[in-house]
Write a protein that binds this ligand. Structure first.
Ligand SMILES: *Cc1c(COP(=O)(O)O)cnc(C)c1O
Length: 485
């Protein structure tokens, strides 16, 4: 039997609170009444919600049990590709919950918000430094929101020149949100294919680039986990026809302090603070997708912008060419505090080291598992590596079944069937925060699963076998979800 961190023991069932409640139970004792009873206002005594009566222990056990059904980065390795599910140091949460930050209100007058404004101002400078870009807006509230901001900036640039362009080039290795953001901004996405090495070639771009095309959206590193090595030549081709280069920088975890985005020709890029910079994500919580630009695009950044004069910080709307406001206020401030705290505690060298380790870990997995699983692009990867289920096809075992089986061994499955350019993709992003022991256990589990695919395929067909919820009918689970557990 393979060594595994998973166990199916002591995972308890838990009914709904409504099923658990018993009339007359109470979670607390009220002090003895020392006033006369008086009847309630009849208008208030009508049919109210039928809340269950519960004791304190009922409630504590209910929520504690539910929490044991959850899996997150604080529970174990979460190798979901294109997501950077890394461990987020708790000190950054602590700084964000300091009352001076957590209780500040966006409508407070400027003179009472100097600390918050200073933090935002400095965070913008740090992000500019980390990416190599010249100016930053923290306003976008998510990655895709940053993409939309970037598209609006590109649109404003062309409009400023009196030129109306209708298309954006989008490679097959871009993140799925890219064509959506371009379309939302009124552009027609023009798809282009990556080459046999999984990256773009300048010739492919030259063949479609024209004066109707506003620019290109490149995810770099791309969704195959590969660095776009020809990006400089591609930028020259696009710039020659006055197009702009948008870089989806959500995969910054691979290249912090390593790639100078301006130097490689990028005009605008967004970051995902809720991936790379210490905000956990995946549960739909607040995010932040700052947009970073060069001097040419700076006048168009969203307002208000944070300005500083003689040590005083202020919000200014005095940017007549701005694309305007993207948020009710200024974005998700708590996420910014965490990013600031993370950058300060890591330092320049620490951030660079984090990226180097993220890349090392992905390449380690790639080298250990190639051969076991088919590796469509056999070359050095960045933060993630992509395999397929081709080697298991002879035993009629698919990516989905292997992903389900991983849960039996105590691992959250990686991203599957994405990117779409790779059939049956298994996309693994270990991140820098996993120890060698955990990565080795993960590799062992996958090797073991590949063995099972040959010797005992039935066990994979039925997986997961040891989890609380066994194999679901995927369609029914989506169409008729049973949320009661
Ligand atoms: C996660 C991700 C996005 C989208 O970010 P959201 O915050 O979910 O909108 C965009 N591009 C890439 C490459 C990503 O990994």
């Amino acid at each position: 039997m393979i060594e595994t961190i998973a166990t199916s023991g002591l995972i308890l069932n838990e009914p709904l609170l409504w099923e658990k409640g018993r009339k007359g139970r109470s979670g607390f004792s009220l002090p003895r009444r020392d006033v006369e009873t008086s009847p309630m206002d009849p208008a208030l005594t009508g049919e109210g919600p039928d809340f269950p009566d519960l004791s304190e222990v009922d409630v504590v056990r209910h929520y504690t049990r539910l929490s044991t059904w959850n899996f997150g980065v604080d529970t174990g390795m979460y190798p979901l590709g294109s997501c950077t599910m890394k461990y987020n140091p708790k000190t950054n949460e602590r700084q964000a919950s300091l009352p001076g930050f957590s209780r500040s209100h966006p409508l407070l007058p400027e003179k009472l918000s100097q600390g918050a404004l200073e933090l935002m101002f400095k965070l913008e400078r740090y992000l500019a430094e980390i990416t190599g870009m010249e100016a930053v807006s923290l306003q976008p509230a998510a990655g895709a929101h940053g993409e939309l901001a970037g598209m609006l900036l590109i649109h404003a640039y062309h409009k400023g020149k009196g030129s109306q362009r209708s298309k954006i080039i989008i490679p097959d290795t871009a993140h799925g949100t890219n064509p959506a953001s371009a379309a939302l901004c009124g552009y027609r996405p023009v798809p282009v294919n990556s080459n046999e090495n999984g990256i773009l070639s300048a010739e492919t771009i030259a063949a479609v680039m024209d004066e109707e095309t506003a620019g290109i959206m490149v995810t770099n590193p791309n969704t195959l986990g590969l660095f776009e090595e020809n990006i400089k030549e591609i930028a020259e081709v696009v710039h020659a026809k006055d197009g702009l280069i948008y870089c989806d920088g959500a995969n910054m975890n691979a290249v912090m302090g390593i790639v100078d985005m301006m130097e490689i020709g990028i005009d605008v890029l967004h970051l995902n603070l809720h991936k790379t910079f210490s905000t956990p994500h995946g549960g739909g919580g607040p995010g932040s997708g700052p947009v970073c630009v060069n001097k040419t695009l700076e006048p168009f950044l969203p307002i208000p912008r944070i300005v500083s004069e003689n040590g005083h910080y202020a919000l200014s709307e005095d940017f007549p060419q701005s694309i305007g406001k993207l948020d009710t206020f200024h974005g998700h401030f708590g996420v910014m505090v965490k990013a600031y705290s993370y950058i300060m505690s890591m330092g320049a060298e620490g951030l660079k080291k984090a990226s180097q380790l993220a890349v090392l870990n992905a390449n380690y997995i790639k080298e250990k598992l190639k051969g076991v699983f088919h590796l469509p692009y056999d070359r050095p990867c960045m933060h993630e590596c992509v395999f397929t289920d081709k080697n298991q096809a002879a035993n009629k075992i698919t990516t989905l079944e292997m992903a389900k089986r991983l849960m039996d061994y105590g691992f959250h499955p990686p991203t599957v069937y994405f990117p779409l350019v790779v059939q049956g993709a298994i996309m693994i992003e270990p991140t820098e925060t996993e120890s060698k022991e955990d990565i080795d256990r993960f590799i062992d589990a996958l090797q073991h699963i590949a063995q099972e695919a040959k010797e005992n395929p039935q066990i994979l067909k039925e997986a997961p076998n040891r989890c609380k919820v066994k194999r679901l009918d995927e369609t029914a689970a989506a169409r008729k979800p049973c949320l009661a557990g």
